[in-house]
Design a protein around this ligand. Structure first.
Ligand SMILES: NC(=O)c1ccc[n+]([C@@H]2O[C@H](COP(=O)([O-])OP(=O)(O)OC[C@H]3O[C@@H](n4cnc5c(N)ncnc54)[C@H](O)[C@@H]3O)[C@@H](O)[C@H]2O)c1
Length: 258
């Protein structure tokens, strides 16, 4: 399956670390050329450099997905380097924990611009290119919090629910241009925010074991687990999958909590 995405190119936001990096690595290993669209210059550049050293085609471009100008410039740079935009992965995002009665309008807007508006803006600038190509796949990383949630995940869960709506609309409105849109909803994945959460416990090892035991697969996901799913969804083998959400959570959401 090494050449599953050969000849294709991908623009992955937040690909300097965590899940985004895992996605970029697996897409590249499947033959895709990748733009690492990242706000952190150090991790973005080192990720692109490491992919190139491995023999893959990659470039770094500074993109803050809260800025439409950055997104526009990033996509122009992608087109200049790779000549097509086959795969957009809306990955950058961050958990937030606010009290709905205390949160300010400014905090709300900052959260939405990162967790929802940025994905729409990337679609806005990718869709005309994909329509011209008569081909494209847009994969947006939502979360299990898009369809269920826990206390104190506001308004992150609201934004992630919005990603599912965005995905459905794009699938419906752009399908006749041979563009597919799919949302991927991970559960626990071992990235810095998850590590920080575990380490904040009184007994981090016991907390990690507790979390692992919640999963039928008895482990926490790794960024490359998400990358493997994204590589499949981006490929022609997934040509009948659009307008929907795929949950990837080690089975944690199969359990009825009642
Ligand atoms: N880790 C999990 O357990 C988990 C579970 C469900 C969903 N998710 C979702 O997966 C995505 C990635 O999460 P993660 O855990 O890898 O986070 P992370 O913090 O490890 O990585 C996020 C990356 O995005 C970059 N980034 C942050 N703000 C940006 C911006 N404005 N513009 C461009 N890049 C930016 C960061 O520099 C970093 O490289 C997020 O959308 C998150 O909501 C994560």
């Amino acid at each position: 399956m090494a050449e599953r995405l050969s000849g294709k190119s991908a623009f992955v936001t937040g690909a300097g670390g965590g899940i985004g990096r895992g996605i970029a690595e697996v897409l590249a290993a499947n033959g895709a050329s990748v733009t690492i669209a990242e706000i952190n210059d150090e991790t973005g550049r080192s990720t692109a450099d490491e992919l190139c050293l491995t023999g893959y085609e990659a470039q770094y471009y500074h993109v803050d997905i809260r800025s439409e100008d950055d997104i526009k410039a990033g996509i122009v740079a992608h087109m200049e380097r790779f000549g097509a935009l086959d795969i957009l992965v809306n990955n950058a995002g961050q958990n937030q924990h606010f009290d709905a009665s205390q949160m300010t309008v400014d905090e709300w807007e900052k959260s939405m611009s990162l967790n929802l508006r940025g994905a729409w803006l990337c679609c806005k600038h990718a869709l005309p290119i994909m329509a011209k190509q008569n081909a494209g796949v847009i994969i947006s990383i939502a979360s299990v919090h898009a369809t269920m949630t826990a206390n104190n995940f506001f308004p992150y869960n609201v934004a992630k629910s919005g990603i599912l709506g965005l995905t459905r609309s794009i699938a419906l409105d752009w399908g006749h241009h041979n563009i597919r849109a799919v949302a991927v909803s991970p559960g626990w994945v071992r990235t810095q925010p998850a590590i920080d959460f575990l380490e904040a416990a009184d007994d981090p090892a016991a907390e990690e074991q507790r979390v692992k035991d919640l999963h039928p697969v008895k482990r926490i996901g790794e960024p490359r687990d998400i990358g493997a799913l994204v590589a499949f969804l981006a490929s022609d083998e997934a040509g009948y999958i659009t307008g929907t959400e795929i949950v990837i959570d080690g089975g944690i959401s199969a359990r009825y909590a009642g």
